[in-house]
Design a protein around this ligand. Sequence first.
Ligand code: NDP
Length: 483
Amino acid sequence: MTGRKSILTTSTGCPIANDDTSISAGKSGPLTFDNFRLIEKLAHFNRERIPERVVHARGSAAYGEFILNNDLSDYTCAKFLNQKGKKTDVFVRFSTVGGGQDSSDYVRDPRGFAVKFYTEDGNYDIVGNNTPVFFINDPAKFPDFVHSQKKDPRTNLPNPASAYEFWANHPQSLHQLTILMSDRGIPYSYRHMNGYGSHTLSLWNNSGERFWVKWHFKTNQGVKTLTNNEAKGLDTTGAQADLVYAIDAGIFPSWKVCLQIMPESEAKEYKVNPFDLTKVWSHSDYPLIEIGELILNRNVENFFAENEQSAFSPGNVVPGVGVSPDKVLQARLIAYPDAQRYRLGANYNQLVSNKPKCPVHNYQRDGAFAGIQQESGNQTSAVNFYPNDRTGSPRPTSDVSEPVLHLSEELVIAAHEGSYGDCFRQAGDLFRIMTDDQKDQLIYNIVDGLKFATDSVQDRMINQFSLADPDYGKRVLSGLEEC
Ligand code: NDP
């Protein structure tokens, strides 16, 4: 058929004669069952949405590359971190956390900063935030924390009193709360913020040595932020527009990639538990080592296919990198793939932005949409069980075994509590490095929400701020008294 490319078809390719009118019994009579074209159109429309992410629903993403400028073969056998000058394709998704897909880009909220490295040994995901720490250090707290920050179940409105009620009962949140309420709490754009792996992750080398690492992505655009007032009048889709238009115009955002590296043996002696997600490693103890640059240079072609269906997991590791005993990270290893299977089905790693750039050979078969986006659909006729006697069939290779992790403490299986020490010192450290103007903004932002909380919540919060720094507590108290 000539000109076939521009002919409207059904999803099975049948040309459509008329897409403007439905079929009815007579000019003004009811519709008939033979409206199967109309039914296909409406039925597909009804299914256009997939479950929205419970957190990080509103996001913007782009492709780019990571250029290694510091060979790390002393620390890791990960190929993408060996050989200075090596380039690796990446996909990066930024997001707000609490709001739905159509919420504002300019809320006071942490921002997700998730990086997928398409390495030659598979995908490595760093699923981080624009903050180096988080509110909690035990995953059992996560659903309660998120419920307390999202909309009120009755009014469906934000409820700062609930947010502070959670924080008053969880002093471990104080460090992240101080960052969130600081001038950095509303980034000017996704291009103007730093990213952090937040969790302690690991590198390991061919000699069987392991190093604990923290990843930092330092913006080359400079940190730029907004006050509550500046954010108020802005177009809610501004951060999405900023990223798309900058990349379309050839203004490619970039980040300096740095690591803090701690030899495995030093973890026991370090002054804070290095696997506590509410704590940083001081730069003076573990200086940032620059290892490369991350550049974003290509927008997605289709937002839904590539961004909405993108799936990150901290469990996506490659030989030479690993995870750590951080309890929140351990739970995320289960929770993220679980969320993706719920949203996208069992074969989500075959979708366009999720599929690795190296071949996949395994014995997983079938499931909804098996073979989608894969030329070798469902691994064709290859053998589907292991072990087997077939020549050339995929087998594990012990070359990629991670070093064993020794647990030195006396092991007791229990709900271990309260082993994370001082919740206040690092929040105070941050307060003490702020300028007067930053301190004023911090206090203003805290009081703006805390004024809605009960007296008991306010008292407990002031006690926490005072333990971080007496001046911090005093300033919040006088801010509340002025309300
Ligand atoms: P340093 O003075 O060496 O580092 C301070 C860091 O704080 C810098 O990375 C700076 O980022 C960052 N920073 C400054 N203002 C803010 C803010 N409002 N919100 C978030 N980060 C900010 O000190 P230490 O390493 O001893 O850490 C002191 C405190 O700094 C910590 O308690 C922590 O709250 C905060 N911090 C520490 C980080 C770390 O990895 N050690 C990382 C980020 C924050 P920049 O260089 O971009 O200006």
